[in-house]
Design a protein around this ligand. Structure first.
Ligand code: NAI
Length: 399
């Protein structure tokens, strides 16, 4: 069928199999161009492996250090006349390239918050890999059904004590306007967001993997967080999602205790703001990202998810030196984003940004282009006018 982008606000309902394959191929080429990571991971579990930072982590492990990877995610399979989600096609392309390169890769599609998917994953590790030496936790989800209580928690993206008014952008139309976001009405909203995006599920994973004896001695586990600039604090770091990130970060000491007898260690890595399916849903943040891209590209220090994850692996997790941490014990690969000169320039542009000057002072075009890239659109080498086969299988999930 011919697949065109069908955009509804900050999501795109369709994805293109050849375009997403191109996206994966470019990420693999980047990792290969950086050379092998000495003493990198060998057997890796990636939870949230199909898009964004999780996919880039999987590619960095597989093609940067020939690691066998098991990826867990929640995606819609492709069916006749019904294209799959981008993460489905990404994984199909990734697995094919891994197989061609002689690298083990298998995937599990289902709800990572459930005990059932955790058990399936453990069984697969036992059957094929024995143990894993790295567990990446990269879930981003609006809801979670709690495996013990059965309660369905939904997260909210809201400020906490007072309403927040600031600029935001409709990145499709290029219109800058003011938005006021009302604060949470009760503690429940905060608790629900923590239940979805906090550290409890990460802990459940590590507890169950350890109890099943599928964690190798010296195992590492990493989850991802974000801080960002003061101008987004009310909606991000000091908002409901920030409380969930505090909770995630505070899980590290507990996990370190749990992993002590394996000489294992857990980390949170604070990553850079990037266009992903999750970040485009947060008000105010897309305008910040489009200004940030402009400034970082001009300075020659822009990175995407793959550059970030390749650097996390080669310069932090597997550099051979002690991992350097900030005062709160976190790895910082948002260092370039948070550089003072970068932040000062973004703050200046933020004051100036209007619908009229947006194209000129921001990288809104780059933002839009990356948004479409997430779904496999806007790649020069793909012929979008020709028929494409929408029914693409993931080799390890074949019926
Ligand atoms: P994403 O939306 O691209 O990826 C989310 C992944 O989670 C996908 O693989 C999806 O299939 C999977 N997933 C969602 N619900 C699931 C479920 N119930 N069961 C199994 N898999 C499920 O998100 P992104 O942006 O890569 O986020 C990953 C992490 O990185 C999050 O913790 C996010 O807060 C963090 N982060 C994101 C930044 C950004 O600017 N995008 C910046 C810094 C950190």
């Amino acid at each position: 069928m011919i697949i065109e982008p069908r955009v509804r606000g900050f999501i795109c309902l369709t994805s293109h199999p050849e375009g997403t394959a191109e996206n994966v191929k470019q990420q693999i080429e980047y990792v290969k161009s950086k050379g092998k990571i000495a003493n990198g991971p060998k057997k890796v579990l990636v939870i949230g492996a199909s898009t964004g930072f999780g996919l880039a982590s999987r590619i960095s492990a597989a093609f940067g250090s020939d690691a066998a990877t098991i990826g867990v995610f929640f995606e819609k399979p492709a069916a006749p006349r019904k294209p799959g989600t981008a993460g489905w096609y990404n994984t199909a392309a990734f697995e094919k390239q891994a197989i061609d390169a002689g690298i083990y890769a298998k995937s599990i599609n289902g709800d990572a918050f459930s005990d059932e998917i955790k058990k399936q994953t453990i069984d697969l590790i036992k059957q094929d890999l024995g143990q894993v030496d790295l567990v990446i936790y990269s879930l981003a989800s609006p809801r979670r059904t709690h495996p013990k209580t059965g309660v369905a928690h939904s997260s909210v993206l809201k400020p906490i004590s007072q309403a927040f008014t600031n600029k935001t952008v409709d990145f499709h139309a290029g219109i800058v306007s003011d938005i006021t976001i009302q604060p949470v009405e009760n503690q429940e909203d905060i608790d629900n967001t923590i239940a979805v995006m906090g550290g409890e599920d990460w802990k459940f994973w590590i507890e169950q993997l350890k109890a099943a004896d599928v964690l190798a001695p010296g195992v590492k586990t990493v989850a991802y967080s974000y801080i960002g600039p003061e101008l987004t604090y009310p909606i991000y770091r000091n908002g409901t999602i920030g409380k969930a990130k505090d909770n995630l970060e505070n899980t590290v000491p507990e996990l370190n205790e749990l992993l002590k007898d394996l000489r294992g260690v857990s980390y949170v890595s604070v990553n850079k703001a990037l266009v992903t399916q999750s970040s485009s849903a947060i008000p105010v943040v897309p305008l910040y990202i489009s200004l940030l891209y402009k400034v970082m590209k001009a300075k020659g220090i822009h990175e995407g998810t793959i550059e970030q994850m390749q650097r996390l692996f080669s310069e932090h997790l597997y550099s051979g030196n002690a991992v350097s941490l900030d005062e709160k014990g976190r790895i910082r690969v948002d260092d370039l984003e948070m550089r003072e000169d970068v932040q000062q320039e973004v703050a200046k542009l933020w004051e100036q940004a209007t619908s009229e000057n947006l194209e000129e002072i921001s990288d809104i075009r780059g933002y839009r282009n990356e948004f479409f890239h997430l779904f496999g659109f806007n790649f020069e080498d793909v012929d979008y006018e020709s028929e494409t086969n929408e029914v693409v299988e993931i080799p390890s999930i074949k019926a």
